[in-house]
Design a protein. Structure first.
Length: 379
């Protein structure tokens, strides 16, 4: 096995597959990068039975072959190579890399221990990479980072006709975005759960690639999703189960609402948050002409600030976690935010959710919506 490849092309390819290496591989082979060379092309692959990543690059292949080496080690070294062509040669138990005067000999791993990559199903539809990137980052703030609860560390992807929606929740807030997509057939409507961590990596990697081809297989025998763009592909196993029918909560009646400068409210909330613990609540008073943010009486340091706002409806006060408010406002890409005060419960002992959404008279294309559960006012 012997081939030569451009340093920058190699660096980009290794960086891509390294994103999908497991942090704590249960098998040494799962932490490796499989390199296959044939017919003037080289493929780099990673797979741990959950997530796979593969990229194909052009190379000058003298002798074909395949080898498995440490993914982390290759990633660390390639990023620091001089700007010269890189030549690889497999000799017995050593995979040699030469770049200028730099020479590295990698110990090889048992290639037979590397799992067979999953076959990518037929394409279900395609979506704008830029729109998908934006949507994933908007909703991911409402997802748990703790993978001990896989459902709440996932994003629900639902396709219906020419629309694809992404929904996430950690049980205390939820975020929803609906974007256009092009289905491959009329029978491609489905709802699946995909790990948030994987979707974030896909969004970052494919964000500037034009369109992404999406393949979804959700049968009793096989549950997976695949993303393909240019010379790269990612597959991931689906999470079993799903959210209860919480999407309907976004249709709740908005009894009153405030229109406020997103940046003004964001900065005021960040300032007030500096004087309280991250998980503490703060009081938000929605008044005619302003939103008042006040720390609770029990806090050692007191803070209060008014943000100019236009209120439609009756004044209301509630307690919210400031970080949750910041997360919701950060997902808005318009100058003004609409803060909706919903009427979802007949029970006065239970607070109704707060709805945060973009507000713009000129552009209604941003469908981002964010529901946040407040706490009843403490005395």
């Amino acid at each position: 096995m012997k081939f030569q490849v451009n340093r920058d092309v190699l660096s980009d390819a290794v960086a891509f597959v390294a994103r999908f290496l497991p942090q704590r591989p249960t098998n040494p082979a799962f932490g490796g990068i499989l390199i296959e060379a044939d017919a003037n092309a080289v493929r780099l692959s990673v797979f741990d039975h959950k997530v796979s990543g593969q990229v194909e690059i052009i190379a000058k292949v003298e002798t074909s072959g395949r080898v498995l080496i440490s993914g982390r080690l290759l990633s660390d070294l390639v990023s620091k190579l001089p700007n010269q062509p890189v030549e690889f040669t497999l000799n017995a138990s050593t995979f040699n890399m030469v770049c200028g005067s730099t020479k590295i000999g990698f110990p090889v791993m048992d290639v037979n221990q590397f799992p067979t990559l999953p076959e990518i199903p037929s394409v279900s539809g395609s979506i704008s990479a830029e729109a998908f990137d934006t949507a994933v980052h908007q909703v991911s703030v409402a997802s748990l980072r703790d993978e001990l609860e896989p459902i709440f560390a996932s994003i629900q992807i639902e396709t219906a006709g020419s629309e694809l929606s992404l929904l996430a929740t950690d049980k205390y807030r939820m975020a929803l975005v609906e974007i256009k997509w092009t289905p491959s057939s009329k029978d491609s409507d489905t709802t699946v759960m995909v790990p948030t961590k994987t979707l974030l990596e896909v969004a970052k990697t494919f964000g500037n690639t034009g369109d992404i081809a999406v393949s979804i297989m959700n049968t009793e025998d096989r549950q997976m999703i695949a993303f393909q763009a240019q010379n790269k592909s990612v597959t991931a196993g689906l999470i079993k189960g799903g959210f209860p029918p919480i999407k309907t909560m976004f249709a709740a009646e908005v009894a009153s609402f405030a229109v406020v400068s997103k940046q003004d409210l964001l900065e005021a909330t960040r300032r007030a948050m500096l004087v309280v613990d991250r998980d503490h609540h703060m009081r938000f008073n929605f008044n005619a002409g302003s939103i008042n943010i006040t720390t609770n009486p029990g806090e050692l340091t007191q803070a209060s600030e008014d943000v100019e706002a236009e209120l439609v409806g009756d004044p209301r006060a509630m307690e919210l976690k400031p970080q949750y408010v910041i997360d919701g406002l950060s997902g808005i890409h318009t100058e003004f935010a609409k803060i909706g005060l919903t009427n979802m419960h007949d029970n006065p002992a239970k607070a109704s959710p707060l709805l945060i959404a973009p507000h713009s008279a000129k552009n209604d294309s941003d469908s981002f919506r964010y529901l946040l559960q407040p706490r009843l006012l403490s005395n």
